[in-house]
Design a protein around this ligand. Structure first.
Ligand code: R5P
Length: 312
């Protein structure tokens, strides 16, 4: 019988531990370290020949996280694993997913090429920045949605008079799906990007006065999009503002700015990217059990579509 084995790179060991705990197995023993110049070395300590191998690694910055995953896939391929599934809870370099100006790279496609060329037979990931990235892969890709765990948390707050806001036009489909499941109105905030990492709000479309508003985004990087949106909604008369974000990139002092924001009451994020000492205002919800279930079903060749059903 083909066994399944779960290994982890070093970028999100805490999540990998949660996944194996939910599966009732141990993480595969690996030896991963850096040479003195920073180059990465990785070895599977035990035999993986003929195994159904799952390697978990989030590919947030630095790019070494991505490179470490590629090295692990290459090591597994050369060690004759039967099937290699890369579990990438946060798929980095996803925001450049099209040529939006001349002479730029489509990094999401480049990363997809690298992963498959290294030897990944399939991919499991959570909330891709845009759904079309699935088509950048010529191997099967399962796209899970953290909304399955996040919606429960929002519901547990028992908020009434609710609206769900998309902080930019790109987030409308996701916000609409949350609004439907939370039985709330949809609000759209019109954001412009005059330069990289700069977010300017020009209009709010929808009813916000005295509403409790859930702002939903896939990624928080500098926090400018989210915090500007929360402030604009507050100015327009919103009651409580609750934040929901799948991938807490939180670069620079973003976490501190969220903690200090007067507009934002509470924020739910997931553990696709590990956070060091988040403040009380930022609650981390784990996708560990969701990924564990996806591994079990993938190994057993059972459908996992119920894990990623979402109305779009
Ligand atoms: C943009 O399309 C994404 O969904 C996020 O809104 C964006 O990446 C957030 O970036 P920042 O936090 O730097 O404004």
């Amino acid at each position: 019988m083909v066994e399944f084995i779960v290994a982890s790179g070093r970028s999100n060991k805490a999540l990998a531990e949660k996944v194996v705990k939910a599966l009732g197995v141990d993480l595969a023993k690996t030896d991963i370290h850096n040479f003195s110049d920073g180059e990465i070395w990785a070895k599977f300590e035990d035999n993986v020949r003929g195994d159904d191998l799952f390697i978990l690694q989030s590919t947030h910055s630095p790019a070494d996280n991505l490179f470490e995953l590629l090295i692990m896939i290459d090591a597994a391929k050369r060690a004759s694993a039967k099937r290699i599934t890369a579990i990438i809870p946060y798929f980095g370099y996803a925001r450049q997913d099209r040529k939006d100006q001349p002479r730029v790279s489509i990094t999401a496609k480049l990363v997809a090429n690298l992963l498959t060329r290294a030897g990944a037979d399939r991919i499991i990931t959570v909330d891709l920045h845009s759904s079309q990235i699935q088509g950048f892969f010529d191997v099967p890709l399962d796209h899970l949605y953290a909304s399955t765990v996040l919606i429960k948390k929002i519901k547990s707050l028992g908020l009434s008079n609710l609206a769900v806001a998309a902080p930019d036009v790109g987030g409308v489909k996701t916000a609409r799906s949350y609004a439907k499941r939370l039985d709330g109105e949809l609000v759209v905030v019109d954001k412009r990007r005059p330069a990289h990492n700069v977010a300017e709000i020009s209009h709010i479309i929808g009813e916000v006065k005295d509403k409790n508003i859930v702002v939903v985004d896939d990624i928080i990087d500098t926090g400018n999009t989210f915090l500007n949106c929360a402030e604009a909604l507050k100015k327009a008369g919103a009651a409580k503002i609750i934040g929901v974000c799948v991938h807490p990139v939180f670069s620079g002092n973003a976490m501190e700015r969220f903690d200090k924001s007067e507009a934002l009451e509470l924020m739910f994020v997931t553990d696709t990217i590990p956070l060091i000492n988040p403040p009380d205002k930022i609650k981390v919800v784990s996708v560990g059990e969701l990924l564990a279930e996806a591994i079990k079903r993938t190994h057993d060749n059972r459908s996992i579509s119920s894990l990623f059903e979402i109305e779009r």
